[in-house]
Design a protein around this ligand. Structure first.
Ligand code: FAD
Length: 340
């Protein structure tokens, strides 16, 4: 049997994005997945080009947003199915000052692709927002679970193989390009565990309510996002000490407390989920080739914004492997070679 061009280790957002880039460029691949899925199965799939804390643009938003939008459209066409649901994000203002800052930024050409003008008459039934809302324009929300499932079926049908267990690092010979897309599990990878990945645990809840009819995303130090029927996902917490994706009571209580501060509607908690975000201390992705073994590559560090970052940077990594194109210093793993 002819060996594939690539091995992908890990089937989360990083792995599935790599697989599509390989597919679009006519490369064959085999996927290894231990299906622990630390992060992607819990992710809300929100694409937010704005950092609300400072009301600035998210890192490289102008470049990453249009690329991601086109990429997911191309995937939808191949799958003949939707993985993106159009949604905007409605940020609840905490004060008149918040509203003023929004209006100033909104009138700035650099921001008006994302920030919409404020509308003082706008209200969301069941939400206490005396200072109103700022609306963020974004291309939508990725159904991360569906993206993984549908893509796997698609690639199986095209003849790509999936091996449902952990990759064995003790292989005697490496004569094929291997792309490690292991999320937080990279800490167990003997080739790349020198990279400073810091786990960020996050809890989310699914709540049920008949009162809230809102189909977009509400944000106030947390998000409320409609899923289907009367179900909404709320999240997320940030815990930098937990290293396993277990649901925590503290996380649940924190989310309920935050929600009760601005929600005036009845709801019940249906379920809880937890995941581990693969975050890096300098908050930049980790891309590149092992300094000693040129067949081994890594795509990781997608952090809190994997949906927006993964499409563009999976292409960058592929071009680096195949065409020897340079990777920016800011994201290249060479920046951590001193830890090797
Ligand atoms: C609560 C929460 C909410 C989030 N919300 C958002 C959001 O709204 N928007 C956004 O953009 N991002 C969000 N994120 C972040 C997003 O989930 C991550 O950026 C992204 O999913 C990381 O993907 P990954 O493929 O690197 O890791 P993972 O999803 O962890 O996938 C890694 C996979 O590799 C497998 N694996 C590991 N080692 C091996 C091995 N040796 N052999 C075989 N398989 C292996 C694992 O089993 C796993 O399936 C959220 C994360 C959390 C936890």
């Amino acid at each position: 049997m002819k060996s594939p061009d690539f091995l992908i280790v890990g089937w989360g957002l990083a792995g599935v994005n790599m697989a599509w880039q390989l597919y679009f460029n006519n490369h064959s691949f085999v996927v290894y997945d231990s299906t622990k899925n630390y992060s992607t199965n819990t992710a809300a799939g929100i694409v937010n080009p704005i950092v609300f804390k400072r009301l600035t643009k998210s890192w490289q938003a102008d470049k990453l947003m249009p690329y991601a939008e086109n990429f997911y459209k191309k995937v939808e066409m191949a799958l003949k199915d939707n993985i993106i649901t159009p949604k905007h994000i409605f940020k609840i203002f905490n004060s008149f000052e918040d509203e003023n800052n929004w209006m100033v930024k909104q009138s700035d050409d650099r921001f008006n692709a994302y920030l919409l003008p404020t509308n003082t008459n706008f209200e969301i039934y069941g939400i206490n927002a005396p200072y109103g809302y700022g609306e963020v324009k974004t291309f939508g929300n990725l159904d991360t679970v569906k993206f993984l499932k549908k893509s796997k079926l698609f690639f199986l049908e095209k003849g790509h193989k999936f091996i449902n267990h952990s990759f064995d690092y003790n292989v005697s010979r490496i004569d094929i390009n291997i792309i490690f897309c292991e999320g937080y599990d990279i800490v167990n990878n003997p080739f790349f565990n020198y990279l400073p990945l810091k786990p960020t645990h996050g809890d989310t809840l699914i709540i049920k309510t008949k009162a809230l009819k809102f189909k977009d995303i509400i944000n106030k130090n947390m998000f409320i996002m409609h899923i289907k029927d009367d179900l909404y996902k709320i999240g997320a917490t940030y815990n930098w000490s937990l290293k396993t994706p277990v649901c925590t009571k503290e996380g649940k209580n924190e989310l309920i407390d935050k929600l009760n501060q601005f929600a005036n509607f009845e709801y019940s908690v249906v379920s809880q989920q937890a995941g581990i975000r693969p975050t890096v201390k300098d908050r930049r992705p980790l891309l590149g080739t092992h300094p000693e073994n040129k067949r081994l590559h890594v795509f990781n560090g997608l952090g809190t914004k994997g949906v927006m970052i993964a499409p563009y940077y999976s292409e960058k990594l592929l071009k680096h492997i195949v065409n020897k194109e340079e990777i920016d210093k800011e994201i290249n793993i060479t920046r951590y070679e001193k830890y090797l």
